[in-house]
Design a binder for this molecule. Sequence first.
Ligand code: GLA
Length: 383
Amino acid sequence: MDMRKTLDQAFRTAFGAAPEVMTRAPGRLEILGNHTDYNQGTVLSVAVDRATFVAAAPSGSTQCRVVDGVNRSECSFDVAALGAPNKGDWANYIKGLVVELEKRGIRVPGFHAVLGSTVPMSAGMSSSAALEMSMLLALLRLARRELDWREQAKIGQACENLYVGAKTGLLDQFSSLKGEAGHLVYSDFRSLAVRTVPLPAGTALVVANSMVKHNLTNEYNERREACEQAVRVLQRRTPAIAALRDVSLAQLEAARADLDPVVYRRALHVVGEITRVEAGVSALQAGEIGRFGELMFESQHSSTHYFENSTAELDTLVACGRSLPGAIGARLSGGGFGGITVHLVQAAQAAAYASALGQLYRERTGLVSDIMICTAADGALVY
Ligand code: GLA
């Protein structure tokens, strides 16, 4: 049964009435441009055919009850008395939305909701942004209000930053909102402009979960701090530098002696990634898919050696993939420190590639990787 029917049924069972609104927001894969969003850089990402669905209706009071129909858990709270966030509680994402909407003058009525997700959790496919964006669209509908999509993305980011504690950028929410079937999303996190770029014909995306859980809050915030420190040092030579987006590889090399070696490596990754995104867009436009794949491998190398947000398992997945027929490019996707790798492969070889990758990974690590073939899907919507 499709997820919409399942949730409609689950909503009627839980709350004895039909839902008033149904929404869907996809997870995402980061294809090129790692940790560039909060450095005002650019990213190529894709919204995938794995999504979080929400069915909701007003409760008639300030009380809320949200049931996760897939993971069989639930939470209850009062929109008029939200209290402080409980660490590690998924309800934070939803309560955070209510608080952020209120800050923007939008009062959310008490509501009942059922949600269900096909996005793997804590893997690097932005299950949290998918939850935030699908729930946000539902809450806006219940409050009978509309918001510009960039503001919607900022609300999701604020939930992560303020209620969950990870100082993440806007990539996940942008990708979930602006995805387009068959396309990559090119986002510029300085101008906040977005456009889509066709995925090359005859290619497929294979996603492999390293099965090492990615819990990134501390490491992520530390990386962000190193990037900001690099900017402070670089500003001494060139005051016009506002973010790593403004720094060329030549400028970074010229200032290398001023920088702590670790800070230098972190900045080198980000500056290199922004260069690779731009080169990647040109390669796609020129139909040079092999060149695009090389840039993905270079990105992984940079994560491993400079940003140090890869793991032995992610490195192994990429190395295994690279040796297989049909391989075009592969790299970790998202924050890093565990989670998934994304592999761009020849579509005709995708199934064989996926099964061989799983086998090689098991031989080398003893771990059974959850492997899926994903397609590029449309962004978030209200049905
Ligand atoms: C996580 C964050 C994003 C982005 C990526 C790394 O997914 O949520 O904002 O920084 O990591 O590119």
